[in-house]
Structure formats: structure tokens, C-alpha cells
Design a protein. Structure first.
Ligand SMILES: Cc1cc2nc3c(=O)[nH]c(=O)nc-3n(C[C@H](O)[C@H](O)[C@H](O)COP(=O)(O)OP(=O)(O)OC[C@H]3O[C@@H](n4cnc5c(N)ncnc54)[C@H](O)[C@@H]3O)c2cc1C
Length: 435
């Protein structure tokens, strides 16, 4: 009989398993992939990390909590190792974060966001946007730029590696190539059928408690225990492209232009199809590789396993390239089509709730009663990474039955992601209350 099983070793599963191991719990993480994380919502080397929001904003809280938890994690790893080898810069690249809105959007929603901020962001429109940021905007657009330590991007790949290392050092177990194929409840324990993805051998294990953090596969893992979950979260596919500026053109950029380009990444536009871009990494010859996509061009998925390998529509690839070029144009860096090299593309899958608010919650079993021995961390859509250790902390506290942390904001956040999940099944969710 295992004590606590965590299903899925992406950012959420690794975060919750670490927070459990840290508190001395006996935890085993089952991951269907091998040691090499080669697909999953957390795949890649960059996600936007940002924390601009009003005082009680739940997403800012999980971001800030994650920064704090990462510091703790690194202190632990550095104490265990001989050298101070683990640094915040391995995970976070601090850089201004640019948010683009239409004037209406800014007036309606985002005034609230910025009202209570400290003076570590700036906004501009029209000529002031050019004066402040060197960006040419359309007359009805507003640009907000956030300047905070650890806002910029975070590297999910690095973070997962460090979490895995720490889980092992704290006595937790990670077993790779273990695909959970069935999860059912027997009287007071869970029975979990696991298939070894290398040998195809199947075994059944038992556990007192379970955390499900299987990303886009969450509904599939819960198909027997909570079949209604297919109405609560839905897997979606989003396409991203990776670009480089062609060598000839790149070499012609002045140092000032280069600095300007870097300061304008990462960026996130709430206009239209919600274009985003960021620097994913730097290639061997020192050129940045940009990642770009549109959050609102989401596709439903018929076959999850196949969706990673689908060949994207030309129209979609073209749209991302066009937006990439347009953003550079607004920076007064003019690129010809041939100056932009597409290095790669990637089908990214994530799971999403109806209101795009994530879930960290106990759930109902199929008979309609809440089971406190199971927690789901899912529906993270395009916002999960920056708050992963915040969600992991709440998930670990829930499964251990810890009393809630005393701070008001913790309780507010746990309720927002927790009770909300339970309410989703019973009542229509209220829209627009959370940021
Ligand atoms: C295109 C895109 C852009 C994004 N941009 C941002 C951003 O800018 N900022 C931000 O904060 N967030 C962003 N996100 C969101 C963030 O990346 C995700 O919320 C986060 O990575 C979700 O992690 P996860 O652990 O829930 O899922 P995953 O990373 O998918 O992890 C699930 C794990 O479970 C394993 N698994 C699945 N089924 C089973 C099974 N049956 N048995 C055992 N193991 C199983 C999988 O192999 C995988 O390792 C973005 C996401 C996408 C897709």
C-alpha cells in the first residue's frame, strides 16, 4: 500500500510531489514518459512569468508564492550539494513584460488591475508609448510594461529537473514509464492500474491518497473515478512557432536595436487572437530564438496521443509569422519575409476549464460525494506555469489535510481554485470575478 501517489510529473505533479516530500510525506510520483520530458503542457524552456494585478489578485499571489518557493527549493538543493550550484537565474530571466490592450479593454478591465500597484509598471499610448518604450501603437491601443524582479520568463524544463532532484533527496520516489490506465476507489483506498510503457507489463497498486496532475490527460485518468470530469475540463491544442532573425539581417542590427528587441520580450496582447511572444533560448551563434503563438486559436482534440504530431494548417503558421513581423514593425525594426526564419513549430496541449480558472481541489466521486483523499490539479490552460509551486502548495496541504495557512490571501486563493472546482459540478460558475 502506497501512501500518496501523484499521477503526472509535469510542472504541477512535480511541484505537488516536492511540497509533499518537503513536509515528510511518503510520496511516489508516476510518470508515463521516460526521464526525458519530451511532450506535455510544460514542454519547452520558456513561459511568461508576471504578477501585475490588484492587491488580492489570485494569479499574482500564486506567481509570488512560486518565486518564494523556488528560493526555498534552491536553498535546500544548495545545502545538500557541495557547491552553491543552483541559482534563481537558472529558472527566471528577469525582463520587462509588455501587455497590449485596446483602449476599451484597458478602460473596462485593467484599470482595476493597476489601481493599487506600486510604481513598478509604466503605461503608454500614442506618442507617449513611443517616448517611453519606443513602440508605435495604433491610436486605440495601450501598452503596459511591468518591471519586477523575476517577472519576465521562467524555464519549466529547468524547474522540473530541480524539483525531481529535490523530491529524490527528500526520500520521495519517481517512477518513469508508468502510465496509469485505471483509477478506481475500493472501500478506503485507491486501486491504480499501471502499464509499463517500455515492457507493456501491467500491474495494480494500491494507495491511500492520490493527486491527479496529468495535464491534458486528466479527464482520461479520471474516466472511471469521476467520469463527469469531461464536462469540467477540456483538452485543447495551441500551435506555437519558433523564429530566428536571418543571420545577414541580424548582423545588421545595431546594439541599440538589439537591446530594444530584447526589452520588448516577453509580450502578450489581449487584442484579437491574443498573440504572445518571448525569447525561448539563444542558439549557438548567439542569436535569440523566439517563441510565438496565439492563445485564442485553440483547437479541440479528437485523439490526444496523435494531437502532438499533427501537421498544422499553413494559414495558422502564416498568421503567427505575420504577427511576429507586425510586432517588430511596431518596434520600428523592419523585417522582410526572408529575414524571418522559422526554426520549428510545436503543437502544445493543455487542459482548460470553462472560465479558464484553474482547479486545485478535492473532487466528487461518481456517486456525488466529495472524496478528501483525492486532489486534482488541472485546467491550467495558458496560465499555470508561473504559479506552479503556489498550486502545488495548496494541493499538498489539501491532500495532507493540513489546516489552512492563516493568511487571508491564502484562504482566498485556495477557495478560488478549490471550492470553485466543487461548485463547477453543482452550480453555474460566476464569470469575471477573478483576474
Ligand atoms: C502554448 C502554451 C503557452 C503557455 N504559456 C504560458 C505562460 O506564458 N505562462 C504561464 O504561466 N503558463 C503558460 N502556459 C501554461 C503552462 O505551461 C501549463 O499550465 C503547465 O505547464 C501545466 O502543467 P501540468 O503539469 O498540469 O501538465 P503537463 O506538463 O502536461 O504534465 C502532465 C504530466 O502527466 C503525465 N501523464 C499524463 N497522463 C498520464 C498517465 N495516464 N499516467 C502517468 N502520467 C501521465 C504527462 O506525461 C505529463 O508529464 C502555457 C501553455 C501552453 C500550452
Amino acid at each position: 500500500m502506497e501512501n500518496i501517489i501523484v499521477i503526472g510529473g509535469g510542472l504541477m505533479g512535480s511541484s505537488v510531489a516536492w511540497k509533499l516530500a518537503e513536509q515528510g510525506a511518503k510520496v511516489t510520483l508516476l510518470e508515463k514518459q521516460g526521464q526525458n520530458f519530451d511532450h506535455g503542457s510544460s514542454y519547452g524552456a520558456s513561459r511568461i512569468s508576471r504578477s501585475l494585478g490588484p492587491k488580492k489578485d489570485v494569479f499574482s499571489y500564486v506567481h509570488n508564492r512560486t518565486v518564494k518557493e523556488v528560493k526555498k527549493l534552491l536553498t535546500f538543493l544548495n545545502k545538500k550539494g557541495k557547491k552553491q550550484a543552483h541559482k534563481m537565474e537558472d529558472i527566471y530571466s528577469t525582463s520587462p513584460v509588455s501587455y497590449l490592450y485596446t483602449r476599451d479593454q484597458y478602460d473596462q478591465i485593467d484599470k482595476l488591475r493597476y489601481k493599487k500597484q506600486k510604481n513598478d509598471y509604466r503605461r503608454g499610448s500614442g506618442d507617449s508609448a513611443f517616448r517611453k518604450f519606443g513602440v508605435t501603437l495604433k491610436p486605440d491601443q495601450v501598452l503596459v510594461r511591468e518591471f519586477r524582479e523575476h517577472s519576465g520568463t521562467l524555464d519549466p524544463h529547468e524547474l522540473i529537473q530541480k524539483l525531481r532532484l529535490a523530491i529524490g533527496l527528500k526520500g520521495g520516489k519517481i517512477v518513469f514509464n508508468q502510465k496509469v490506465t485505471k483509477l478506481v476507489k475500493k472501500e478506503d483506498y485507491f486501486e491504480i492500474e499501471v502499464s509499463n510503457t517500455e515492457s507493456s507489463k501491467t500491474k495494480t497498486i494500491q494507495a491511500k491518497k492520490v493527486v491527479v496532475a496529468a495535464g491534458p490527460y486528466t479527464v482520461e485518468v479520471l474516466k472511471d473515478f469521476a467520469p463527469y470530469f469531461n464536462r469540467i475540463i477540456t483538452p485543447k491544442r495551441v500551435l506555437v512557432s519558433y523564429f530566428k532573425i536571418a543571420k545577414k539581417r541580424y548582423e545588421k542590427l545595431s546594439e541599440k536595436e538589439l537591446k530594444h528587441i530584447i526589452a520588448a520580450q516577453p509580450m502578450f496582447s489581449q487584442i484579437g487572437k491574443e498573440y504572445f511572444s518571448m525569447i525561448e533560448k539563444w542558439d549557438e551563434d548567439g542569436r535569440p530564438i523566439f517563441k510565438a503563438g496565439g492563445h485564442k486559436i485553440r483547437h479541440n482534440i479528437v485523439d490526444l496521443d496523435n494531437a502532438w504530431h499533427l501537421i498544422p494548417r499553413k494559414k495558422e503558421l502564416k498568421w503567427i509569422k505575420k504577427e511576429f513581423r507586425k510586432y517588430f514593425e511596431s518596434l520600428e525594426i523592419h523585417l522582410m519575409k526572408k529575414d524571418i526564419e522559422r526554426v520549428d513549430y510545436c503543437n502544445c496541449l493543455y487542459s482548460m476549464t470553462r472560465t479558464e480558472v484553474p482547479l486545485v481541489t478535492h473532487i466528487y466521486n461518481q456517486y456525488g460525494s466529495v472524496d478528501k483523499n483525492i486532489v486534482v490539479i488541472g485546467g491550467m490552460s495558458g496560465v499555470g506555469a508561473k504559479g506552479c509551486l503556489g498550486y502545488g502548495t495548496i494541493g499538498a496541504n489539501l491532500i495532507l489535510g493540513n489546516p489552512e495557512e492563516p493568511s487571508k490571501i491564502y484562504r482566498r486563493v485556495a477557495k478560488a481554485f478549490g471550492n470553485y472546482g466543487v461548485r463547477l459540478y453543482t452550480r453555474k460558475p460566476r464569470r469575471g470575478r477573478l483576474f
